[in-house]
Write a protein that binds this ligand. Structure first.
Ligand SMILES: Cc1cc2nc3c(=O)[nH]c(=O)nc-3n(C[C@H](O)[C@H](O)[C@H](O)COP(=O)(O)OP(=O)(O)OC[C@H]3O[C@@H](n4cnc5c(N)ncnc54)[C@H](O)[C@@H]3O)c2cc1C
Length: 506
């Protein structure tokens, strides 16, 4: 059966990456369908949201509901002192952000909130619908979706997005390779009842028997992430037992902590694979469909969501005719290097993290006590995890602020940049004393601020154009004309004539 009109964007998978890309494309005006094979929830793998994702959610007006959901889950849901490679002491509380913490929230709730946002933005989310294959059909892609009764509906789409996770079927059909290492070790994730629920915030223990991270995960539930020397070679296909958990707790923590029962136990591995490209024709991959790695320091989902923010607004802009198709290639040029770095970083973390030899443990004690506390070191490690270290490529001659992240900007009159961003696509912010009268089209959000130096970290910037995903598109050291601002937006949208005009204006 063929469904009626072609859709602009068909997203396979309604997990964190799929829901986010759908929301972003739909809010830009694209028609979007999400096909998700599950009717129920997936188990909560991720337990934390990192600071950069919190900033992005804030730029969509969503942080109120995320904080409310987290508060229902745990009263102390903010983690201001985080970890890197299993070493404590990462000072998120020193981040220059409205969100100087990791937020504890089960992935299931994160997914609910993101899907609800996708629907509010105009996307249609179909549950119980499985992707079964696709083929090119002229300029369109025909996609077979099978419902729970086994009925196949073929949907035509201009762009197909595979957000269907690590075992992506879309990736396989598109013929995009997935290269790297198979699993070399496994770990356990356990959500458990203790006779006395874990009262402390995040805590870690390590010794020659392994490493445990534990934190409260909902009312009366405690989450354990366990890497045990005794079982790290057990394959993921072997179920975790309560006895195994108890033995690991005793060996590493020195006590079973009053462990009674577990309501979820899983074993996961450290497979390390990535695609060489995100795009094949009009098919894109996003999130774990593009890579899989050990979930070191709770960053996997967070990078997936950041990828989705990058791709989503671009798909929307191209679908509504505001940008050429070539804009979509910048998803690769911007995010691919970020993900290569992430993969290297995970390798660095795990080789240190899971060395439980006498020398390895001594090295970790030394790093934790003497090196991680050095402010400059702490800042480097924070940048790796929080997402704050990401900077997109610029062209020669661009101001150093271009390509860098925008967090919060306090606007004159008491508002905030994120409030304007939630209602617009590009936002133009300038110093309040600009003598240029403004008559910008409604596509621009607008604000004035005396805080541009603090927000962007450059004393000479008097005006900035900010992309929909909260990175600086253009920065000026003297007030630009309206025509220059419009040209800068065109350039950020990938119009080559605009890029030439901007070069000429510099
Ligand atoms: C133990 C563990 C702990 C983790 N902890 C953290 C953490 O604290 N922080 C963090 O950032 N990350 C963490 N991660 C990683 C995180 O869970 C993943 O990075 C994240 O789920 C990837 O999101 P995604 O949307 O790309 O893919 P997925 O979450 O896998 O979503 C893919 C979706 O596609 C659907 N789907 C698949 N095939 C089809 C099909 N044929 N048709 C239709 N739908 C389909 C699936 O049902 C699913 O809903 C952890 C992972 C593990 C294993």
């Amino acid at each position: 059966m063929k469904s009626s009109d072609p859709v602009d964007v068909l997203v396979i998978g309604g997990g964190p990456a799929g829901a986010t890309v759908a929301a972003e494309a739909a809010r830009a005006g694209a028609s979007v369908i999400v096909a998700e094979k599950r009717t129920g929830d997936s188990p909560s793998r991720a337990g934390v949201i990192q600071p950069r994702v919190l900033e992005l959610l804030d730029a969509r007006g969503l942080m109120g509901r995320f904080r409310a959901a987290a508060a229902e889950w745990r009263p102390d849901f903010e983690v201001p002192i985080y970890m890197y490679a299993g070493l404590g002491g990462l000072r998120y509380d020193q981040l220059d952000s409205d969100f100087p913490y990791a937020l504890i929230l089960p992935q299931t709730t994160t997914e609910h909130l993101l899907r609800a946002w996708a629907v509010e933005s105009g996307a249609e989310v179909r549950r119980g619908v499985r992707y079964a294959g696709h083929r090119a059909q002229g300029d369109l892609t025909a996609v077979d979706l099978v419902d729970e009764a086994g009925v196949t509906v073929t949907v035509e789409t201009r762009y197909l997005v595979g957000a269907d996770g690590a075992r992506s079927h879309v990736r396989a059909t598109a013929g995009i390779p997935f290269e790297g290492r198979e699993i070399t070790m496994t770990a356990m994730s356990v959500d458990a009842d203790l006779s006395f629920p874990w009262a402390a915030s995040m805590q870690m223990k390590r010794n020659e028997a392994g490493w445990i991270l534990t934190y409260p995960f909902g009312v009366n539930t405690t989450r354990f992430i366990i890497v045990a020397e005794a079982s790290r070679n057990v394959p993921t296909s072997v179920p975790v037992t309560e006895d195994e958990v108890r033995e690991s707790l005793v060996a590493i923590f020195g006590s079973d902590l009053g462990f009674t029962t577990a309501h979820r136990m899983s074993r996961y591995g450290d497979a390390h694979k990535m695609v060489p490209r995100f795009r094949e024709g009009n098919v894109f991959l996003v999130g774990e469909a593009t890579r899989v790695h050990y979930p070191a320091s709770g960053i996997g989902m967070n990078y997936c969501i950041q990828d989705a923010f990058n791709l989503g607004w671009k798909l929307g802009a191209v679908a509504v005719g505001a940008a050429p198709d070539s804009l979509l290639d910048t998803y690769q040029t911007e995010r691919f290097p970020v993900l290569q770095k992430l993969m290297d970083d995970v390798d660095t973390q795990t080789s240190l993290h899971f060395d439980f030899s006498e020398g390895g443990l001594k090295l970790k004690d030394f790093l934790e006590q003497e090196i991680v506390p050095i402010p400059e070191v702490n800042a480097v490690l924070r940048d790796r995890l929080s997402g704050f270290g990401t900077r997109y490529p610029v062209v020669d001659g661009d101001h150093p602020a271009v390509g860098s992240r925008v967090g919060q900007i306090v606007l004159s009159g008491g508002g905030a940049y994120t409030q304007v961003a939630a209602e617009s696509d590009f936002v133009f912010v300038e110093a309040p004393d600009s003598a240029v009268p403004r008559d910008l089209p409604s596509a621009f959000g607008y604000g004035t601020s005396t805080d541009l130096e603090g927000a962007l970290g450059h004393a000479d910037v008097v005006a900035a154009l900010i992309r929909p995903d909260a990175y600086v598109a253009q920065a000026w050291t003297s007030a630009p004309t309206d025509a220059e601002i419009r040209t800068a937006r065109e350039r950020a949208l990938g119009s080559s004539s605009a890029a030439v005009a901007l070069e000429g204006a510099r």
